[in-house]
Design a protein around this ligand. Structure first.
Ligand SMILES: [Zn+2]
Ligand SMILES: [Zn+2]
Length: 343
């Protein structure tokens, strides 16, 4: 089978290879991939900013159909429509594993980063990570369960009350998903972006986000103050990983506001105005990836129509066309790109 492989670390080093079809182990499920999304982290990996266990087949946002199961697997059978958490291996013994916080286990190995992932015709997942798709969730949408779970993860770390005003900074896929999850909790959502985010801000409007603000053209503080009688936003979810967005987010918050950081910065240390956090008693929370608690709620949000993930898909290619996909993402014309396997 053909697979899109990161052959070694550094810039580039990505190629289509012919690989053996993987064999299912006794506690594992073999999945024929239908769609796999390209994540921002895949771009970082391609460009050499992220470390993976190269050589490895990339792709951690996927959905497909079960084609074989191991001897110890009774929960799934061939023909089941599924997606899988990215967790492939955990120690199972640390304090984090015991509470299901696998995203924090030091020994965790993930599909598409340390273990062969979804940019191929078949992959192997551990049975504990696999989820059946609800009736109304198609394969394209299901391929975005992982990023939706990441959005769910940050929202679940905060408390949203009905009518709260939430600002989401950064209208990329994670921002557009976080905005929708926040709306499903009863929030009024303002999403912000720049002039070259036009396609994304238009998409936000299309999927029903309450307010979209191009901060290069409009004063977002005024928008927020008008919505909140001058108090400021109840919550900010920073989804861009852009340093100026942190200052903006903290400035927009009301006293006792909540701030969630999900965007990843290009350098680890950034200047932060802690005075703002102290004086306004802001609660700041970081959010890394997702864990098992996020998956069924995310599938449910897609199934009942609270979140529209399919609308974010702007491009589809097969894995051999990965360079075109890369260019579509880098040019800013794409929002979410899905890849299909190639024979
Ligand atoms: Zn991802
Ligand atoms: Zn562990």
């Amino acid at each position: 089978m053909k697979a899109l492989v990161k052959t070694e670390l550094g810039f580039g080093n990505l190629e289509i290879q012919d690989k053996q079809e993987p064999q299912v182990g006794k506690d594992q499920v073999k999945i024929e991939v239908k769609y796999t999304g390209i994540c921002g982290s895949d771009i970082h990996t391609y460009e050499g900013h992220y470390k993976v266990a190269a050589p490895v087949t990339l792709g951690h946002e996927f959905a497909g159909v079960v084609v074989a199961v191991g001897d110890n697997v009774s929960e799934f059978k061939a023909g089941d429509r599924v997606t899988s958490e990215t967790t492939f291996y955990i120690c199972g013994e640390c304090a984090y594993c015991k509470t299901g916080d696998y995203n924090l286990c030091n020994d965790r190995k993930g599909l598409g980063t340390q273990q062969n992932g979804g940019f191929a015709k078949y992959l192997i997942a551990r049975k504990e990570s696999v989820h059946k798709l609800p009736e109304n969730v198609d394969y394209q949408s299901a391929a975005m369960t992982e990023p939706l779970s990441c959005a769910h993860h940050v929202v679940a770390k905060t408390k949203i009350h009905d009518g709260d005003v939430v600002v989401v900074t950064g209208p990329g896929p994670i921002g557009l998903l976080t905005a929708q999850v926040a709306k499903s909790k009863g929030a009024t959502v303002v999403i912000t972006g720049l002039t070259n985010d036009k396609v994304r801000l238009d998409k936000a409007k299309e999927i029903g986000i309450d307010y979209t603000v191009n901060i290069q053209e409009e004063d977002v503080k005024e928008v927020v103050n008008q919505l909140t009688n001058g108090y400021g936003a109840d919550l900010v979810f920073e989804c861009s990983g852009a340093v100026p967005a942190v200052k903006m987010g903290l400035d927009l918050l009301r006293k006792k506001g909540q701030y969630g950081q999900i965007g990843i910065f290009s350098s680890a240390e950034i200047p932060v105005d802690f005075e703002n956090i102290i004086q306004k008693e802001i609660r700041v929370v970081g959010s890394r990836s997702q864990n098992p608690h996020d998956w069924e709620p995310s599938l449910a949000l897609m199934n009942d129509g609270s979140v529209n993930v399919k609308a974010l898909v702007t491009h589809e290619f097969d894995i051999t066309q990965w360079e075109e996909a890369y260019l579509a993402i880098k040019s800013g014309e794409a929002i979410k790109v899905l890849l299909t396997p190639a024979d």
